[in-house]
Design a protein around this ligand. Structure first.
Ligand SMILES: C[S@@+](CC[C@H](N)C(=O)[O-])C[C@H]1O[C@@H](n2cnc3c(N)ncnc32)[C@H](O)[C@@H]1O
Length: 189
């Protein structure tokens, strides 16, 4: 009944998206969120994906193909989400961040606080009213705690046009992932 942060992120994002919308996957990884976003926006929509590793983008493209998703819906950029603003110029309805490292790959290739905060700022500028940003943070790996603290501080400082929710399991021995949902107030366009 209680969802994992990654599942809860998808649940909230699905409520923010309609067919034909544009959405960003800021950390493509193995493509599970990219596939989810592509299904939400449908054939008339658009998804823009970022990852620093070509191996991640290759895995995501394979997953889309296996699931009969039209490749034309998704634009992949093999670069940091820190330069997101250079590649996306139109408003978006949702942005997903799933921080940390690519499962099964080099664990030293992780998202970093500085790049993540630049990307979040760009995402916030691009988000249309009624839109949603989700961020799954992993405080358990080196640098993850600091990155999460930076993300929470950034979200806490947003003005009254925003609403932020923190979702986390309590009472765990290991540091559990934390989901932030960041909504830009106002009705959808
Ligand atoms: C936890 S995985 C993402 C999982 C993915 N959302 C999925 O559904 O399969 C995190 C990804 O972030 C990527 N990454 C690390 N630094 C990045 C950056 N600066 N910009 C974009 N992606 C980055 C890693 O290469 C890794 O693939």
């Amino acid at each position: 009944m209680i969802k994992r942060p990654t599942e809860q992120a998808q649940s909230w994002i699905s409520a923010a998206l309609s067919e034909g919308d544009c959405a960003i996957d800021a950390t493509v990884g193995n493509g599970h969120d990219t596939l989810f976003l592509a299904r939400c926006v449908g054939d008339r929509g658009r998804v823009i994906g970022f990852d620093v590793q070509q191996v991640a983008i290759d895995a995501a493209q394979k997953l889309l193909l296996e699931n009969q998703i039209d490749a034309g819906i998704v634009d992949f950029h093999c670069c940091s989400h820190g330069v997101l603003a250079n590649h996306v110029k139109t408003p978006v309805a949702a942005v997903m961040f799933n921080l940390g490292y690519l499962p099964g790959a080099d664990h030293s290739l992780i998202t970093t606080k500085d790049e993540t905060l630049v990307a979040l700022q760009a995402a916030a500028q691009l988000l249309q009213p009624g839109g949603l940003i989700t961020v799954v943070c992993y405080p358990g790996h080196p640098g993850g705690d600091e990155e999460m603290s930076g993300v929470i501080a950034w979200a806490t400082a947003l003005d009254g046009n925003w609403q932020v929710v923190k979702y986390e399991k309590i009472g765990t021995l290991k540091k559990a992932p934390v989901l932030l949902a960041i909504e830009k107030k106002g009705s959808q366009l």
